[in-house]
Design a binder for this molecule. Structure first.
Ligand code: TYD
Length: 210
């Protein structure tokens, strides 16, 4: 399946829970907007009205959600998001900055839930009609540091965050494997570095794409 060429720029942020994706997405958005670019800042799951409902099920449903149902829910969220928000923005020539995309499905459902990376990737690509990001920023953080940040936030864990250490270790390894397999699309960042340092590395890379 091939990507559909669009005039805009599609940048995704990936990484484990607590790796600082949202902070970096916001800093990048502010920098691009200050330079006069139109930016659409969004996320998965939950970037559309339908997605908000799916997000509620997939993250907060109290009973069992089977691994395949979970993968399909993320894929459904993605299909709606890409069709109604991401592609139209890219077609208008805008910059889409998005927390999480198909690499999260490959890492969390493919490796975390052990459904198999290639199958989950194919499912996502089908949902998104082949749309791949121009750049994916991977905020890599070891499990202990990530857990420490989440605990410090004092939040109630969602279904994925509540998973055990081995689950998150598989997720992290899968993200790094994805980055190694597509070095041109991925920029791997040490999420333990100071926020401003990470932001500067991101800006330098994004500047080459503008
Ligand atoms: P996120 O919005 O980053 O969580 P939070 O609001 O707590 O920062 O992501 C929600 C969870 O969904 C996160 O644990 C990762 C998971 N996820 C998947 O398992 N598969 C996917 O395809 C996506 C997009 C997210």
């Amino acid at each position: 399946m091939t990507d559909v060429v669009t005039p805009g720029l599609f940048i995704t942020l990936e990484g484990g829970d607590g790796s600082g994706k949202s902070t970096q997405a916001q800093l990048l958005t502010d920098w691009l907007e200050a330079a006069g670019h139109t930016v659409v800042r969004t996320r998965e799951p939950g970037g559309t009205e339908v997605g908000v409902e799916i997000r509620q099920i997939v993250l907060h449903h109290r009973g069992e959600v089977s691994p395949r149902a979970e993968a399909l829910l993320y894929a459904a969220d993605r299909a709606q998001h890409v069709a109604t928000l991401v592609r139209p923005a890219l077609a208008r020539g805008e910059i889409v900055i998005q927390d999480r995309y198909l690499d999260s499905s490959v890492a969390y459902q493919g490796a975390g839930r052990v459904l198999g990376g290639p199958e989950v990737r194919d499912l996502s690509l089908w949902a998104a009609e082949g749309l791949l990001p121009h750049l994916t920023l991977l905020l890599d953080l070891d499990e202990t540091a990530a857990r420490g940040r989440l605990d410090a936030d004092n939040k109630v864990f969602d279904r994925l965050e509540a998973e055990k250490g081995e689950f998150h270790a598989r997720v992290r390894a899968a993200f790094l494997d994805l980055a190694a397999a597509e070095p041109d699309r991925f920029l791997v960042l040490d999420a333990a570095a100071p926020i401003d340092e990470i932001a500067a590395v991101i800006r330098a890379r994004v500047a080459t794409l503008l």
